[in-house]
Ligand binder design. Structure first.
Ligand code: NAD
Ligand code: DAU
Length: 337
């Protein structure tokens, strides 16, 4: 049995990962350590709390003693560090928790992974560490790190730390840098679920700036299969970019969602731009394709429809969220723009 510590497994990508892995492998025991911040939700997980191959622990990755006990009690051999504060807009409103969790928290998990001699430590990172592209070009693994937001700078700091542990201690670390994910269970502060839910509620769809910033989209299951591939086959010390060659200006996504839901484009509301807004992200995924044989398998045209259908079918999931803490966040910070 492979004992895997998954941090942040109640969030969007981590919960999709656990749901997929427990359904598709028999030899994995997962310990899910999650603080259950506003973004963590145990309802995201299909697994029963009585499942013998799964253990949920509520806690903070910054808590050294707690994480030390987990390593010792569960004989952890593999670590996947998803846990993070993940939303750029929130990092602009207040950066401290981002550096605390994303840098100090990563240090705790990494340091203990070293002490307990894990076989693999995988840091789930982001293409945002590379900064912003102009009209042409792609991010490769050798593009210099040049983050622009508090969020991306905290993720870049963590990446540097993980690489340093490889160079200093020879630790078997791996880093994945993925582009923008979409799919079921994404917290409705991010572009795609926010636009779906606002459209369904006939509320304005806030588009930052001129709507021409470009993001490179990947279906969450493709990202998670890439993580599994890198964990199993990646070369220690290496970074792997993950993307699905699906660049889209934001306004195109917003119009597609309105069209799919048969709603009027009059709902679009251009609002003031995000401070320091990166213009364009685009991933060159040649390395993971050629070295590890991973390829994305979901086409955007199909998977975006599947995603919108999921939000249509799971109204109770998001209604609970938007009537709680998130409601206040949206109304006070972004509703006024
Ligand atoms: P998310 O915000 O949906 O989930 C984050 C999870 O981490 C939540 O369950 C939260 O409770 C947990 N968490 C936060 N602070 C914690 C702490 N101190 N201790 C323990 N748990 C804590 O984020 P996501 O979109 O699922 O992103 C997961 C990872 O993937 C992050 O590291 C993010 O940087 C990275 N990533 C995200 C994307 C994307 O498009 N969403 C793309 C590339 C990389
Ligand atoms: O690129 C990977 C990153 O993608 C991850 O590392 C981050 O965790 C994840 O949050 C995401 O960051 P972005 O800032 O790109 O995602 P977000 O959904 O916040 O915004 C996508 C684009 O849409 C961006 O150009 C800003 C724009 N936007 C966003 C929101 C929430 C709007 O125009 N209006 C909005 O209301």
């Amino acid at each position: 049995m492979k004992n895997v510590l998954v941090t942040g497994g109640a969030g969007f990508i981590g919960s999709n990962f656990i749901n997929h892995i427990l359904d598709n492998s028999d030899d994995v025991f997962i310990v899910n350590l999650d603080k259950l911040t506003y973004a963590g939700n145990l309802e995201n997980l299909k697994v029963s709390q009585n499942n013998k191959r799964y253990k949920f622990i509520k806690g903070d990755i910054c808590n050294y003693e707690l994480v030390e006990n987990i390593f010792s009690d569960y004989k952890i051999k593999y670590v996947i560090n998803f846990a993070a504060e993940s939303h750029v807009d929130r990092s602009i409103l207040g950066s401290q928790v981002f550096y605390h969790t994303n840098v100090i928290g990563t240090n705790v998990v990494l340091e203990l992974s070293r002490r307990f001699e894990v076989e693999r430590f995988l840091q789930v990172s982001t293409d945002e560490v590379y900064g912003s592209l102009g009209a042409t070009g792609l991010f490769t693994e050798s593009t210099p790190i040049s983050p622009n937001s508090p969020y991306s700078s905290s993720k870049a700091a963590a990446d540097m730390m993980v690489s340093a542990f490889y160079h200093t201690y020879g630790m078997p670390v791996l880093i994945t840098r993925c582009s923008n994910n979409y799919g079921p269970l994404q917290f409705p502060e991010k572009l795609i679920p926010l636009m779906i839910i606002n459209a369904l509620n006939d509320k304005p769809l806030p588009v930052y700036g001129d709507g021409m910033n470009v993001r490179d989209w990947i279906y969450v299951l493709d990202h998670n299969i890439a993580i599994q591939t890198v964990l199993e086959k990646g070369t220690p010390g290496n970074v792997y970019n993950v993307g699905a060659k699906t660049e889209k200006p934001n306004i195109e996504i917003v119009k597609l969602i309105l069209n799919y839901l048969n709603k009027s484009e009059d709902l679009i509301k251009y609002v003031s731009d995000r401070p320091g807004h990166d213009k364009r992200y685009a991933i060159d995924n040649t390395k993971i394709e050629t070295e590890l044989g991973w390829q994305p398998s979901f086409k955007f045209e199909d998977a975006i429809g599947k995603t919108i259908d999921w939000y249509l079918a799971n109204k109770s999931w998001w209604e609970k969220i938007i009537s709680g803490e998130y409601r206040n966040y949206y109304d006070t910070q972004y509703g006024k723009r």
